[in-house]
Ligand binder design. Structure first.
Ligand code: LLP
Length: 410
């Protein structure tokens, strides 16, 4: 399912041409790939009433959200701003799940006023929610199942000491809070981490919810979160979606039988839907040979793609301008005044100054984690759909860096 090729064109549109037309650094997304991923997930869970709630935080451009809607998915939002982006993209309130962590009650109230389902993440919040809305506005509860999962500790969020959700060991307190507050609970949720390879982990998370569900008579859905791992390089394993689909679906159907009602199964994939769709095209500014390393300095860095530095994440890189040249060893580094190594000690076809490089798997948590560090502007974004390249975000300008500054007279 994963695409480990190093394309020079997408849907017949040449990447070199797009870089010429829109400049670099440039985020490019293959819209068809996003639709294919949605369909692959729908297929893997075709035996159950599935609702996909795309994790907006992975890539939140409104045109991408519109495409996700076209593919038949809803969204999961983690801020009121993401809720609003979703609505701007045309999602109805019913298609949006709001899963905040430790936000102010004003934000929760705003989401409720917009008609969006809220995922309650603490016991005090259950009480507060009940006080404000009684049994009139149904909600979901995020359970922390105490499962250690995910590619690294920074993206493991379902273990005992994680800040997320309400510990499954506090089930009695949850039930007391629900009873006293009067909140109608219609959903239970887990999300244990990102880059989860093992299908069993998803089943384990689901089973925690199935066990807890007998205490909640009004359930309409079970939300198993996201976290499917994608491949970042040749030989890199990825989550077997068919296996997860089979395991979780059959356990879910069995659960529904015992529960006495057919519920919906919700999933919240981020990376799985958009990671592989994204390519960050950068230009080489300098090839710098040192006694130990040949550095390739590019017109981007941790301000545009933070994952390699934050998580030691591996992103495949290739030379778009000169794909068939003899290979050399390079470290591709950014232009930020930090050690922002994008790719260390890689075998790449010979690079010269001015060459275009492509950084793969840049769709998820690429642009959405970009910043203006070093007072650099953020890249433009282009979506390729039906063989056409659409500019879906302009490159920032110097004026954008200062537009909210109030420059005082001194
Ligand atoms: N649902 C919830 C409640 C989440 O917090 C997340 C991700 C997802 C779903 C989607 O997870 P995914 O399918 O994308 O793995 N910046 C990190 C990943 C952080 C994920 C945060 N939560 C990275 O670049 O690896």
């Amino acid at each position: 399912m994963s695409d480990l090729s190093r394309p020079t064109s997408i849907q017949g549109v040449f990447l070199e041409k797009i870089a010429q037309d829109f400049g670099t650094p440039l985020y490019v997304y293959d819209g068809q790939k996003i639709l294919d991923q949605i369909h692959a997930l729908q297929k893997a869970f075709s035996g159950v009433p599935l609702k996909i709630k795309y994790a907006t935080k992975a890539l939140s451009n409104v045109s991408i959200l519109k495409l996700i809607k076209k593919g038949g998915a809803g969204i999961d939002a983690v801020s009121i701003e993401e809720v609003r982006l979703g609505m701007l993209a045309g999602f109805s309130a019913k298609e949006i799940m709001y899963t905040p962590s430790g936000v102010s009650f004003e934000e929760i109230r705003e989401a409720v006023e917009l008609g969006v389902m809220v995922n309650l993440d603490s016991i005090p919040l259950i009480y507060q929610y009940g006080e404000a809305f009684g049994d009139k506005v149904p909600a979901c509860i995020r359970i922390n199942p105490h499962i250690m999962a995910g590619g690294n500790l920074k993206i493991s969020v379902g273990h005992k000491t994680s800040k997320f959700g309400i510990s499954i060991e506090q089930l009695d307190e949850i039930l007391t809070a629900v009873k006293k507050s009067g909140v109608k609970i219609v959903g239970l949720h887990v999300h244990t981490g990102s880059d989860i390879l093992d299908a069993e982990v998803f089943l384990k998370g689901a089973n925690v919810l199935f066990d807890a569900a007998k205490n909640f008579p009004d359930l309409q859905f079970i939300d198993c979160g996201g976290g499917f791992k994608v491949a970042y390089k040749e030989g890199d394993p990825e989550t077997d979606i068919a296996e997860v689909g089979e395991k979780v679906s059959s356990a879910f159907q069995e659960f529904c039988k015992n529960y006495g009602r057919q519920l919906e199964l919700w999933l919240e994939p981020g990376k799985f839907l958009v990671s592989e769709s994204g390519y960050l095209i950068v230009q080489t500014n300098v090839v710098k040979e040192t006694p130990s390393v040949t550095f390739v300095g590019v017109d981007s860095g941790l301000n545009h793609l933070l994952r390699p530095m934050l998580y030691d994440a591996y992103h495949d890189v290739y030379n778009l301008s000169n794909p068939d040249a003899e290979e050399g060893r390079y470290s591709v580094v950014g232009y930020i005044c930090e050690t922002d190594t994008i790719a260390a000690n890689r075998s790449l076809s010979k690079i010269k100054s001015g060459d275009l490089l492509v950084i793969k798997n840049a769709g998820a948590y690429g642009f959405s984690m970009a910043s203006n560090y070093n007072s650099r502007v953020r890249p433009a974004e282009v979506l390729i759909l039906d063989g056409k390249a659409y500019l879906i975000r302009e490159r920032e300008k110097f004026e954008d860096l200062i537009k909210n500054q109030i420059i005082i007279d001194l």
